[in-house]
Design a binder for this molecule. Structure first.
Ligand code: MN
Length: 190
């Protein structure tokens, strides 16, 4: 596929429903729950469609990363960083690992497929303009299990098999803090 690099410089302010390729927000939250994972969330139709990535995202197109569909979250959850108390859903410390805007690049017969239809069909291409991640990513639902998807970096100018941002850029893009530093604040106020 070809990627229109001009998309990168547009702002996420155009939210016209008529433009299925308009920029929307995305966030990746590093979540130190019972097992450490990364929650990849895309704004779609007023909610955050969400996938848990056990290994986090890769910038290497040869690395297919498992993405397990999880519950939609409200848009304002993208700003949450802190510790969810024991006994509550998602208990553990959350860090805003990356954030920015994305564009839906999913095309069929030359026109953009709306994200809801793309996700229902099990295949979406998105262009991320984040602080750590940039460029095209494919989300592909695996056969046989509706909850299991793969997130794969497209082979574009932003692909880089030598980068490993999950390891080399572990901290928050919102606060600069590590999971341990955030956890030291204790559970978030209810
Ligand atoms: Mn999570």
């Amino acid at each position: 596929m070809s990627i229109d690099r001009n998309h990168r410089n547009r702002t996420p302010s155009n939210r016209g429903a008529a433009d299925p390729g308009a920029a929307r927000s995305f966030v990746i939250q590093k979540h130190d729950a019972s097992t450490l994972h990364y929650d990849f969330r895309l704004e779609v139709d007023g909610v955050l469609k969400s996938w848990a990535l056990p290994k986090g995202p890769s910038t290497d197109p040869s690395q297919k990363r498992l993405a397990i569909a999880v519950a939609d979250h409200p848009l304002d959850y993208s700003q949450f960083e802190g510790t969810i108390p024991e006994g509550e859903y998602g208990a553990g410390t959350v860090l805003i690992w990356d954030r920015g805007s994305y564009r839906n690049m999913t095309r069929e017969d030359g026109t953009i497929t709306p994200m809801d239809k793309a996700l229902a069909a099990g295949h979406a291409l998105v262009w991320l303009d984040g602080e750590k991640l940039q460029g095209g990513y494919a989300l592909q639902r695996m056969n046989g299990d509706k909850g299991h998807w793969l997130l794969v970096k497209m082979d574009d100018a932003e692909a880089d098999a030598r980068r490993n941002p999950v390891s080399t850029q572990p901290d928050s893009v919102a606060s600069g803090r590590s999971l341990d530093e955030i956890a030291a604040d204790g559970p978030a106020e209810q």
